[in-house]
Design a protein around this ligand. Structure first.
Ligand code: HDD
Length: 701
């Protein structure tokens, strides 16, 4: 033992409400001289053995080799080495929250599902939102479809509605799913691009699959860059079935409609948010729930019968088609509320296992060939990802109703039955669970026949009509965004033949769109692709547009106030309190995160330093600065960009007199109606009222 003090790497921990000071240190003689502070539980190994020192591995001599005998060290490193499970092969990046579904309109005439028998019934829910293509560590604002997967823990078991924020899909038959996903994922030789469809292989595949055209219109629209999970619609996509107590089936499509309204960002904003805050969407959900501003969606159903299905222009089993709400209105039957963040991301969000085949009595599948394939894929993928068949025993996946079965053993089996009967039927008096012919799940007794063939039904053959309907249903701004997005994506495609092949599909959707994209790319318009079936003209559907279905208040939005020392206190407080009382969140962006001293001498704490709080993080901004503060910001790039971007992204901007210097330095010289001068506190109201429109689109031309 040396006479020198023994070096201990543990720094003293700063005291706060949540942090206690308990550096476990050894004295000069090597003896442990400080027990953990307070009543903290003792640190143990996973086997429960108390740990004396968690800072140093066991060594032979102070500078000698680490000993294999150190079971605490070995267990800790071994566990760490095994801490990751395979990420989801798609939808790897996601974020979940808990809540409930409350039934607002009972529908026993349509379905025997237990939850829909009585208005007011509440069932627990877990929802996971996701992007599709990117890996687990990718950024939130990728141009991509968003997963909208809902697990409902009903009295009759778990019902998973594994949907997206887009009501249609790229392909009609599940056998093409691996091809679709391989084409969008990083290319196999070079390993890029991450979380992006703007590359050769994706567009090559798309150009060869005309059935994808409808979905591509959606993914090139602003639907694929939502402002937040809270402002997205969700769709079950496939046609499912409701089955009532008499066994009568009715077709149904499921919809989630955000009470917060729909909202997306513009592409330049998405790119910049990815840099400024790659976790933008997950943080948004977390902060809203933590603030008690619980996001809510209406559960809506489109219910229709065989007669409608037979006369509908398209096949209701074709997932590349939707049923316009004008044709079959959405009936609201419930509300989904997310009111609790997860306790542990891995245990809940990462381990949750959604499966399309999880349905309950009263719900049934249809023969949609995409759905049929999914019903195989999800169980298979969960078994691989979570390591075995007992993933249903993980608390987030376990039913919350009583459940009894004879499945047993396997990796990590936690629920192990007692007794001798592990089979059914058996003749033991207490032999365990028995099937219930009347209450158990039964499939609709559908009659199917025909030759066994690999074939796509003729009724699936129209590839362009609904793509055209979607495009024509958009506002001018939204149409421009679609054209810009296709142009951008194709400009990243290196092989001219692929660009030309994609372009050749567009005249079948809309000639002006095709022309715009061709001009944007600087290409000659190639000959239009020969459609298998000539597209038909369909009426415009307003429900397909985001801007026609925007919010009706600024509740749940985020206003950024750029303030400096000496900023007019009355104005800052008027914008802040006005926004907060309208249900919006407010953040102060300042030259220093410590905050600012306002004109009345009061201190306003900052939320972001200007470099870390660009205007893309906010729905609208107020620039309330002193002359001196404006001058300083005008000499800083982040200051100039703050106002230039807010203006360029068509946001409403409120500004104090002194802000003129900064606005001009940022190149914002127009004072259009989206720019609201704050002369007195009452102008804050004008600004906040204008913000309900979310953007001053007239600026976009
Ligand atoms: Fe899928 C995950 C949605 C077609 C195979 N899918 C997954 C998730 C969502 C969807 C939201 C993430 C669930 C979560 O948060 O954990 N998928 C869809 C929709 C589709 C669709 C709306 C078309 C209508 N999917 C689809 C097909 C197949 C798959 C055709 C395969 C035949 N999907 C999977 C999967 C995943 C998955 C490989 C990956 C991780 C997982 O299941 O849990 O099984």
């Amino acid at each position: 033992m040396t006479d020198q003090p023994i070096y201990q790497p543990t720094a003293d921990v700063q005291k706060s409400d949540e942090v206690t000071e308990h550096p476990a240190t050894r004295g000069q003689g090597g003896e442990l001289h400080q027990e953990p502070a307070g009543d903290a539980p003792r640190l143990t190994t996973a086997q429960g053995i108390p740990v004396a020192d968690d800072q140093n591995s066991l060594k032979q001599g102070d500078r000698g080799p680490t000993l294999l005998e150190d079971f605490h060290f070995r267990e800790k490193i071994f566990h760490f080495d095994h801490e990751r499970i395979p990420e989801r092969v798609v939808h790897a990046r996601g974020y979940g929250a808990h809540g409930y579904l409350e039934v607002t309109d009972a529908i026993p005439e349509l379905t025997s599902a237990s939850l829909f028998q009585k208005a007011g019934t509440k069932v627990p829910a877990f929802v996971r939102f996701s992007t599709v293509a990117g890996n687990k560590g990718s950024f939130d604002l990728a141009r991509d479809v968003r997963g909208f997967a809902v697990k409902l823990y009903t009295e009759d078991g778990n019902w998973d509605i594994v949907g997206n924020n887009i009501p249609v899909f790229f392909i009609q038959d599940a056998i093409k799913f691996p091809d679709l996903i391989h084409s969008v994922k990083p290319e196999p030789d070079r390993g890029w691009p991450q979380a992006q469809s703007a590359h050769d292989t994706f567009w090559d595949f798309i150009s060869l699959m005309p059935e994808s055209m409808h979905m591509v219109m959606w993914t090139m629209s602003d639907r694929a860059i939502p402002r937040s999970f809270r402002f997205m619609e969700g769709f079950g996509v496939h046609t499912f079935r409701f089955v009532n107590a008499e066994g009568k089936g009715t077709y149904v499509k499921f919809h989630w409609k955000p009470k917060q309204g729909l909202q997306s960002v513009v592409w330049d904003e998405a790119v910049k948010i990815n840099g400024a805050d790659p976790d933008f969407h997950r943080k948004d959900l977390w902060h809203a729930i933590e603030a008690g501003d619980y996001p809510e969606w209406e559960l809506g159903v489109q219910v229709f019968d065989h007669e409608f299905a037979d006369q509908f222009e398209f096949d209701v089993l074709d997932s590349t088609k939707l049923i316009p709400e004008e044709q079959v209105p959405v009936r609201v039957i419930g509300r989904l509320v997310l009111d609790r963040v997860v306790d542990n991301f891995f245990a809940e969000t990462e381990q949750v296992a959604f499966c399309t085949q999880n349905i309950v009595p009263g719900i049934d599948f249809t023969n949609d060939p995409l759905l049929q394939g999914r019903n195989f894929s999800y169980l298979d993928t969960q078994t691989k990802r979570l390591g075995g068949p007992n993933f249903t025993q993980i608390p987030i996946n376990a039913p919350k109703c009583p459940f009894h079965h004879f499945q047993q053993d396997g990796h990590m089996a936690m629920q192990n039955p007692k007794g001798r009967a592990a089979y059914e039927p058996n003749s033991w008096a207490k032999g365990g669970p028995r099937p219930r012919p009347k209450q158990g799940f039964e499939s609709v007794a559908e009659h199917n026949e025909g030759p066994k063939r690999r074939i796509r039904a003729e009724t699936f053959a129209d590839h362009y009509s609904q793509a055209r309907q979607f495009y024509l249903s958009q506002t001018k701004v939204e149409k421009d965004h679609i054209a810009d997005a296709i142009t951008f994506e194709l400009s990243k495609v290196e092989v001219p033949e692929i660009r030309a092949r994609v372009l050749s599909h567009l005249p079948n959707i809309d000639k002006d769109l095709a022309q715009k994209v061709a001009e944007g790319l600087g290409m000659e318009m190639p000959e239009a692709a020969e459609p298998y079936r000539t597209p038909i003209d369909l009426p415009v559907s307003d429900k397909l547009s985001i801007l026609k279905n925007g919010p009706d208040s600024i509740a749940g939005r985020k206003i950024g106030i750029l303030a400096t020392d000496g900023a007019d206190a009355e104005l800052v407080n008027a914008v802040k309190s006005g926004a907060e009382s309208a249900g919006a969140m407010v953040e102060i962006v300042a030259p220093q995160v410590g905050g600012v001293k306002l004109s009345d001498g009061s201190h306003m704490p900052g939320n972001e330093k200007i470099d870390g709080g660009p205007s893309v993080l906010y729905d609208a901004v107020a620039v309330i600065v002193s002359e001196e503060g404006a001058g300083k910001l005008a000499s800083m790039l982040p200051g100039k960009q703050f106002v230039a971007d807010a203006f360029g992204h068509c946001k409403f901007i409120a500004y104090s007199d002194a802000a003129e210097t900064l606005l001009n330095a940022g190149g914002v010289t127009d004072r259009d109606e989206g720019m609201i001068a704050l002369k007195s506190a009452s102008d804050a109201e004008t600004f906040l009222e204008a913000c309900v429109a979310m953007r001053f689109w007239q600026r976009a031309g």
